[in-house]
Design a binder for this molecule. Structure first.
Ligand SMILES: Cc1ncc(COP(=O)(O)O)c(C=O)c1O
Length: 332
């Protein structure tokens, strides 16, 4: 075979799975098990040491499966496959989009920290930030797309929180307005407030354009988060979430996931692997259908306003530029 790099959509049926592991089954089975058997007590001890962070995995060491709250083939193979779309080093899958978002925010924020977040956000994220995180002394500051970097720097300084910024959380396009945020601009803002021992993180909820049409890690985000319930799942039969980024960041998120116990189950993992096989073709078709629907609704006498990204033109200024630079929707 040549060195030709295959597209993610071509690898969704096979990547990360070897039929020899499962009696030759071409498709990864559902590993519906709570616990795994270790070859020896010593091997079990070694697996636990790595899984619980007591020591680093040796270079040649293969860490076996332990307990489905920590790892399970349906989750690990799904995580490997999800990484391909965003070219991420690592991924953690969850039983809902909200558990991915809440776990990522709770892992990196501590009392006294400042979280800057774009508005509007999906209602669940908005509520979690404004009514839950704030109970733990986390400062939450909402901003909108019309505020410049200078405005935001000024607002942070006015509150005396310039040494407290820990994370910028964006939802782009925003639910429900489709407002777009320029990921690379907020990377610059994060860098402006970062210090040698505090890299301000940029997290992006990429539910609406990803993982096919927008890849936040390429624009400077540290974390990309999904409600996999939407396009990734795609069949209205599963609630799930995912968070992707560097190995180091995802290892921390997986640590908290182990203690919250909000990992996806094996059946969810299997359903999402089934869904990934058709992800690209579904999203392209849905984008084409959306354009027909938008045209229909625009001319409907009872419809006042249609927020459709395909209608953005140069006259829309920044929003059009962001769409052009951050996202690559197919031609309608
Ligand atoms: C943009 C966005 N993020 C996150 C979520 C939450 O995901 P879930 O319902 O899978 O928990 C939703 C749900 O609608 C959403 O629209």
């Amino acid at each position: 075979m040549s060195e030709h790099k295959m597209h993610p959509e071509s690898k969704m049926m096979s990547h990360g799975y070897n039929p020899e592991w499962s009696e030759g089954a071409i498709k990864c089975p559902i590993f519906q098990t709570s616990t795994f058997v270790f070859p020896t007590a010593e091997a079990g001890k070694a697996f636990f040491e790595v899984a619980s962070g007591l020591r680093e995995k040796g270079q040649q060491e293969k860490v076996g499966l332990i307990y489905s709250r920590l790892n399970n083939p349906d989750l690990e193979i799904l995580e490997d496959r999800l990484c391909l779309w965003d070219e991420a080093e690592a991924c953690a899958v969850f039983e809902s989009g909200m558990s991915a978002i809440s776990t990522a925010l709770m892992e990196f924020l501590s009392p006294g920290d400042l979280l800057l977040f774009s508005g509007p956000l999906y209602g669940g994220s908005d509520h979690f930030i404004k009514h839950f995180l704030t109970r733990f002394g986390i400062h939450a500051m909402e901003f909108n797309a019309s505020e410049s970097m200078e405005d935001l720097i000024g607002r942070i300084r006015e509150k005396g929180l310039e040494n407290k910024l820990r994370m910028i959380f964006l939802e782009t396009p925003a639910n429900p307005t489709n407002c777009l945020y320029d990921i690379s601009l907020y990377r610059k803002l994060a860098d402006y407030f970062s210090t040698a021992d505090n890299r301000v993180l940029v997290g992006v909820d990429n539910t609406y354009l990803g993982p096919v049409f927008q890849h936040p890690l390429k624009h400077g985000a540290d974390l990309v988060i999904y409600s996999a319930t939407k396009y990734i799942g795609g069949h209205s039969d599963v609630i799930a979430g995912a968070c992707l980024g560097s190995k180091a960041l995802i290892q921390r998120i997986k640590g908290l996931r182990t203690y919250f116990g909000n990992m996806a189950g094996p059946w969810t993992g299997w359903l999402l692997m089934r869904s990934l096989e058709t992800l690209k073709i579904r999203m392209e078709r849905q984008a084409a259908n959306a354009s027909v629907l938008a045209d229909y609704l625009t001319h409907h006498p009872k419809i006042h306003d249609v927020h459709y990204l395909g209608y953005l033109t140069e006259a829309d200024g920044d929003q059009y530029e962001i769409l052009k630079n951050n996202a690559s929707p197919p031609a309608p």
